[in-house]
Design a binder for this molecule. Structure first.
Ligand code: GTP
Length: 367
């Protein structure tokens, strides 16, 4: 049995699986939420109407019941990916609901026609820019309805005048207040989604899609920050790790095998560095690491441990075993150093490790 919050989340995100962008997702969520707010508004008013004991307001609550039952149709349309129809459906349902209640029972005495102002503004948030004709049409229709009722008014059924002035005012305030509340809620969702969008784009720009490690650009930024903050006596080490004969894995098992091998190595590197340093995929089969916390073991020991770990963790793909080894270029340094200088020293060390037979580390110490 799903909990109430997971059910709420499920209803709120109905249709998001079909969305190709965060903006579309936000709009779908807004429509789903619109269904909830509309249903809650109708139900809350039904209770309030019942409490007044007044026949007309009770009757106007009853009139709304068929529209309440139609609202899940909007969820279903979103769920099946028919977003455009879902948007129109919600407006047709809530506009008809308001108009019928206004015409047949309440008239304009509760200021219910203020809802048309809300329905005039909201389409801009629900529809996409390319669907501006729908937004414009709904804007004109709702604004015209509002102006008509504001100027002419509409009589309510006579029993309504039996309500006390206080009850009338309270219901008016709640009607207008619920419109304002809905607008605030939609603005908050937009704001939250803009934030999430920003975080998502930033992560996309900083991450290597295959291994989910940081990419070269992000690594260089972070490394530069570390160098700027580095204390004079602090020892740091940059390790550049290059998988040996990686091309052979691609040639033997295909490109997919190569991709899986890169994920396998990334996993081992993450385990090795833990939370205490920087790690990134900086090229095809090349990774970079910065050892920050070098107190427990020297960088050279750590690099040797890593070589053994890689060698002793074969990789399997399509029932075939691949032994993976790597070469490491290490640059150990203390004090202030230029980023390009440190990278060049580590690169030279890597070149030397490759040319001296691979599966080894070479170190440059520029302390
Ligand atoms: N599967 C896969 N292969 C990649 C990717 N990026 C680069 N490569 C391959 O990695 C191979 C790198 O080959 P080389 O530069 O010759 O390096 P190597 O075979 O590891 O040889 P050494 O580094 O000299 O030991 C090339 O065949 C690239 O096509 C990737 O994302 N996925």
């Amino acid at each position: 049995m799903p909990s109430l919050s997971s059910l709420f989340l499920k209803l709120l995100t109905l249709g998001c699986q079909h969305c190709s962008s965060k903006t579309l997702e936000r709009k779908v969520i807004q429509v789903n939420l619109g269904v909830m707010v509309s249903a809650a508004t109708i139900l809350i008013f039904d209770v309030l109407f019942y409490l007044t004991g007044n026949w007309t307001v009770f009757y106007s609550g009853l009139i709304q019941t068929p529209f309440l039952l139609l609202l899940p149709l909007v969820w279903w349309l979103n769920h099946s990916g028919r977003f455009f129809l879902a948007r129109w459906a919600i407006f047709i349902i809530v506009m008809s609901d308001t108009a019928v209640t206004l015409f047949l029972a309440q008239g304009t005495i509760f200021l219910i026609h203020y809802y048309f102002l809300l329905f005039a503004i909201i389409p801009a948030a629900f529809f996409e820019i390319a669907q501006w004709r729908s937004s414009a049409l709904l804007f004109i229709a709702n604004l015209s309805l509002y102006c008509f009722f504001q100027i002419n008014g509409w009589p309510s059924l006579p029993e309504i005048y039996e309500l006390q002035a206080q009850q009338l005012n309270l219901l008016r305030v709640i009607m207008v207040g619920s419109s304002v509340f809905t607008i605030i809620l939609l603005l908050l969702i937009s704001e939250r989604y803009s934030e999430l969008n920003e975080i998502y784009l930033e992560r996309l720009a900083n991450t290597d899609p295959l291994t989910s490690l940081n990419n070269r650009r992000h690594f260089i930024d972070n490394f530069q920050q570390i160098l700027l903050k580095q204390l004079d006596q602090q020892q740091l080490a940059l390790a550049i790790i290059d998988i040996d004969h990686f091309k052979r894995i691609n040639d033997t098992g295909g490109h997919d095998a190569g991709d899986e091998a890169l994920k396998h190595v990334s996993h081992l590197l993450k385990e090795h560095i833990g939370d205490s340093g920087l790690l990134a995929r900086v090229g095809g089969e090349e990774f970079a690491m910065v050892y920050i916390d070098t107190e427990s073991a020297t960088p050279i020991n750590r690099a040797n441990t890593l070589l053994l770990k890689l060698e002793n963790s074969p990789f399997y793909y399509a029932d075939q075993k691949y032994k993976i080894t790597a070469s490491i270029g290490l640059c150990i340094f203390t004090g202030q150093h230029n980023l390009d200088h440190v990278i060049k020293e580590a690169d030279d060390a890597l070149y030397s490790a490759k040319s001296r037979g691979r599966n080894r580390q070479e170190t440059r110490n520029i302390a």
